[in-house]
Design a binder for this molecule. Structure first.
Ligand code: F6P
Ligand code: MN
Length: 473
């Protein structure tokens, strides 16, 4: 994989600091080759980035340390003294990380050999290359929030892989599984609803099909509220039946491009030949309840023939507390299949079959757990970019994906989404995201001001959501 982040000479890069991104920010042919706006960072005291780095990330690290501590006897039972030693080592490494963070120490390179160690260390050098003499070193409260937050989760992974034989332990698995178990009622209601729709699907006319599609899209959107990193690892399961609240939640959708999604897929369905395919790619976010909402949507896309195959992308390592790994994906399908509720187990059996026959495909790629903005994907991970180009539509779930789509930069709220993507466009795409960070584009003039006045923390409490589409129909 080409590494475009060989550290350029130490100079302040005044143009786009991401080689490969479309640097022109102005509109039309008169585009001025100005760089994009600055990145969100902990430099802005009181900002959400600052508070995340100062308060929530140490809290997440402390919970990870507690989790390791609580598994001490399990490690001893499994591995004897070596297990106890390993637990101690991992805890000391995480405690060191927490101290570095809380005292704003320089960001240090990774030392443990792993598939992405080199590209991570190149990126750290790249961040260094953006600073001039008196800026000092890349560090927690100075460097881009996106970089230091991703770095923190990758350091947790390094601490674990440096502590064999517990080097495959997922410090977040307990809370991801707990989210699933605590959301059982909502999951049963959702699976029951899906089976009712699938049973009746042949009798649904186009407008009924569209209504169902919109319903399941909204459920997938609001499923994104269940995010453990926002709650600092505290439980955030889906306790209420989400389906009964869709109407009251509708005004909380700030950008609603669902019609574009319907037109695109319905046209594909009506115009494709017998043998041709319609592929929808879903870049997953959180495990637990949100993953169920995504699999229910994916099942509906196949059952309605709006799509003929679905490709999923998860994370290769534990990430942002709740993000889905292949283990979470397989575990959840097993759990759903093994349920003693008949419609839930029917869903699990169907989902397992979709995987077996290749109508659902799961992809792993290290790019999703790198710190890079998506506008450099075609350079940093051309294989992944080429894979995404095969899709007719890509759905990006969640807030972190939105931050990477827009580069986590201080865009004006009214900047068009297409412009903020800075050339990232493998295929028609849609962000399905609840707002948990201070970046939002594509709003109407005056729209942001309306929310700032009524709800000052509208950007970060996960209450509002978007369906933000980019690309030809
Ligand atoms: O799971 P999601 O929707 O990507 O949310 C993760 C987001 O939550 C936070 O951890 C808290 O704001 C952000 O740093 C991150 O973007
Ligand atoms: Mn997440």
């Amino acid at each position: 994989m080409p590494l475009p982040f060989s550290a350029p000479p130490r100079r302040r890069n005044l143009l786009s600091p991401c080689s490969g991104c479309d640097a022109s920010v102005g509109a039309g042919s008169a585009a001025v080759m100005a760089g994009p706006p600055a990145s969100l960072s902990g430099q802005d005291e009181g900002s959400f980035a600052y508070l995340t780095i100062k308060d929530r990330i140490p809290q997440i690290l402390t919970k990870a340390i507690d989790t390791l501590h609580r598994h001490k006897s399990e490690f001893f039972e499994k591995h004897g003294e070596k297990g106890t030693e390993a637990e101690k080592k991992a805890i000391s490494l995480l405690s060191k990380l927490r101290n570095e963070l809380q005292t704003d120490k320089p960001i240090i390179p990774f030392v443990e050999k792993f598939v992405d160690t080199d590209i991570w260390n190149q990126y750290i050098e790249y961040q260094q290359s953006l600073l001039n003499e008196n800026d000092g070193k890349p560090r927690w409260f100075y460097s881009p929030w996106l970089f230091v937050e991703c770095y923190m989760y990758r350091r947790i992974h390094e601490a674990v892989i440096q502590s064999p034989p517990i080097d495959d332990f997922d410090v977040f698995k307990e809370s991801k599984d707990q989210n699933f178990f605590e959301s059982q009622e909502s999951i049963i209601a959702l699976c029951t609803h899906l089976q009712e729709v699938v049973t009746a699907i042949r009798d649904l006319d186009e407008s009924q099909l569209k209504d169902e599609f919109f319903k399941l899209l909204q459920i997938s959107l609001w499923g994104n509220k269940c995010d453990l990193s926002l709650s600092g690892g505290e439980t955030s399961s889906q306790k209420t039946n989400i389906m009964s609240s869709l109407e009251e939640l509708k005004p909380l959708i700030l950008v609603n491009d669902m019609e574009h999604l319907w037109s695109l897929l319905n046209n594909c369905k009506k115009t494709r030949g017998k043998a041709s395919i319609t592929r929808v790619d879903i870049v997953l976010d959180n495990a637990g309840f949100e993953l169920v909402t995504d699999l229910v949507l994916a099942d509906f896309l196949l059952s309605s023939q709006l799509a003929t195959e679905i490709h999923f992308y998860g994370k290769t390592i534990p990430w942002f507390v709740s993000d889905t790994t292949i283990r979470d994906f397989n575990w959840l399908i097993e759990q759903v299949k093994g349920s003693n509720h008949k419609w839930m187990s029917k869903c699990g059996a169907d989902w397992e079959t979709y995987i077996k026959v290749g109508r659902w495909v799961y992809h792993d790629h290290i790019f999703w757990t790198l710190p890079h903005e998506f506008c450099v994907m075609s350079q940093v991970a051309p294989d992944l970019y080429a894979e995404l180009q095969k899709a007719h539509l890509i759905l990006f779930k969640g807030d972190l994906n939105y931050r990477k789509l827009t580069g986590d930069r201080k865009w004006e709220f009214t900047v068009p989404f297409h412009q903020a993507l800075r050339g990232f466009h493998p295929a028609p795409l849609c962000s399905i995201r609840t707002l948990k960070a201070e970046v939002q584009v594509g709003l109407r003039p005056g729209q942001a001001e309306q929310y700032i006045a009524t709800e000052p923390s509208w950007l970060t409490i996960g209450k509002y959501g978007v369906f933000q589409f980019d690309g030809p129909l």
